[in-house]
Design a protein around this ligand. Structure first.
Ligand code: RIB
Ligand code: CA
Length: 323
C-alpha cells in the first residue's frame, strides 16, 4: 500500500506535468453505452491522447452489441484504433444489463451506418491487452468505463503486465448511494469479484464514482448547445435524448466522460485518498464500494467533485476537437 501511495503521488505529479506537454497513451476498456460514447468521442479526437486500443466488455448490453457500438464509433470518427472483443460475461455473477437506460442497441438515438465484423481485430481483448502492454515502450493508462472483467482476467492471467500499466482510471463505485441497488453502482455491481481483483492489485488507481457526475450534471441547455458545435455534438445530443438515466429536462449524469475530463485537467477536481474494498457477500449490499478515507493504507484516489463548472469548459473545448 505504501508503495502504491507513493506511486500514486508520483503519478499525479507526473500527470500534471505530462498534461501540459505530451500525449497520454491510453487503453479504453468499455461497454458502450451512451455515456461511454461521449468518453470515447473525446478521447479519440483530443490531441492529448494516444488511444492505443479499445477493448469491449459485457455490461450495459451484451458483448456483441457493446462491440458493435465501439465499431460504430471507430467508423464515425474514421479512426484506425484497433477494437478487440472481450469478456462476454462476468467472472461469477449472472449477466445484468442496462438496456432500459441506454436502449436495446446500447446506443439508441442516433442512426449509425452499419459496421462490419471485418473491422474487428480477431485477437481476444485480454490477449491483445497483454501483447500491447508488454511491448509498449512506455507505461499505458487504462481507462476502465465498464465492468472490470477484462482487467481482472488480464491481471490474474498475466501479472507481469503490471509494470507496464501507469495507472487505472475507473468509472465505478460510489462513496454513498448506488444506482443499481441502494448501495451498488452498475459497473461494480455487474462484476464485483473482478472489481475486488483490480482494487487489490496494488496498481495506482483513481476511482471516478457516481459522486462526481451527480455534482456535475449536464443540464438540458448545456446538452442542447452541443448541436451548434459540430456533427459529434449533434450525435451526442441525439444519444442523450435517449439516455434514460435521469430526466433529460433536469439534466443527465454522463458518468464515463469524467474519466477523460479528469485526465485532461486533474486540477479541476477534488480528490481524496482512500482504501476502497468491494462488498462481495451482502444480500442487499453486494457490489457496494466501501470507501474508507481514514485508512493508513489507501489503495485509491477518489475523485469526489468538480471545482466550479470548469468541467463544462473542458468538455466543450474537447468537443470542438471532434468532427
Ligand atoms: O454506473 C454508471 C456506469 O455503468 C457507466 O459506465 C455506464 O456506462 C454503465 O456502464
Ligand atoms: Ca460504461
Amino acid at each position: 500500500h505504501v508503495r502504491s501511495r507513493r506511486q500514486r503521488q508520483m503519478c499525479i505529479r507526473d500527470r500534471e506535468r505530462r498534461a501540459s506537454i505530451m500525449q497520454i497513451p491510453i487503453i479504453i476498456d468499455t461497454d458502450p453505452g451512451i455515456d461511454d460514447a461521449a468518453a470515447i468521442s473525446l478521447a479519440l479526437c483530443h490531441s492529448k491522447f494516444d488511444v492505443k486500443m479499445i477493448s469491449t466488455v459485457n455490461g450495459n448490453v451484451g458483448i456483441e452489441k457493446t462491440t458493435a457500438n465501439a465499431l460504430k464509433l471507430k467508423q464515425f470518427f474514421n479512426s484506425n484504433v484497433q477494437v478487440h472483443r472481450g469478456a462476454s460475461k462476468p467472472l461469477l455473477n449472472q449477466i445484468v444489463d442496462a438496456a432500459p437506460v441506454h436502449g436495446e442497441s446500447g446506443m439508441d438515438g442516433y442512426q449509425f451506418p452499419p459496421v462490419s465484423e471485418s473491422d474487428l481485430t480477431s485477437v481476444h481483448a485480454v490477449e491483445a491487452l497483454k501483447n500491447l502492454l508488454i511491448n509498449s515502450e512506455e507505461p499505458i493508462t487504462i481507462v476502465a468505463i465498464g465492468p472490470l472483467t477484462n482487467i481482472a482476467i488480464l491481471l490474474s492471467s498475466y501479472p507481469e503486465v503490471q509494470n507496464h500499466i501507469k495507472e487505472v482510471i475507473i468509472m465505478g463505485g460510489s462513496t454513498g448511494r448506488g444506482n443499481v441497488t441502494p448501495l451498488a453502482e452498475f459497473n461494480i455491481y455487474c462484476d464485483p469479484e473482478a472489481a475486488q481483483v483490480v482494487f487489490n492489485s496494488g496498481l495506482p488507481l483513481t476511482m471516478v464514482g457516481l459522486d462526481l457526475a451527480s455534482k456535475a450534471m449536464f443540464t438540458y441547455d448545456f446538452v442542447k448547445s452541443f448541436k451548434e458545435v459540430n456533427e459529434t455534438g449533434r450525435m451526442l445530443y441525439n444519444l442523450f435524448q435517449h439516455y434514460r438515466s435521469e430526466d433529460f429536462d433536469i439534466g443527465v449524469k454522463v458518468y464515463d466522460v469524467f474519466t477523460i475530463l479528469y485526465l485532461l485537467n486533474p486540477q479541476s477536481f477534488i480528490v481524496k485518498e482512500a482504501d476502497v474494498q468491494i462488498e462481495l457477500d451482502g444480500k442487499y449490499t453486494k457490489g457496494a464500494t466501501v470507501v474508507n478515507f481514514n485508512s493508513q493504507y489507501p489503495n485509491c484516489s477518489v475523485v469526489l467533485s468538480p471545482i466550479g463548472s470548469e468541467f463544462k469548459d473542458i468538455f466543450l473545448s474537447s468537443l470542438k476537437n471532434c468532427k
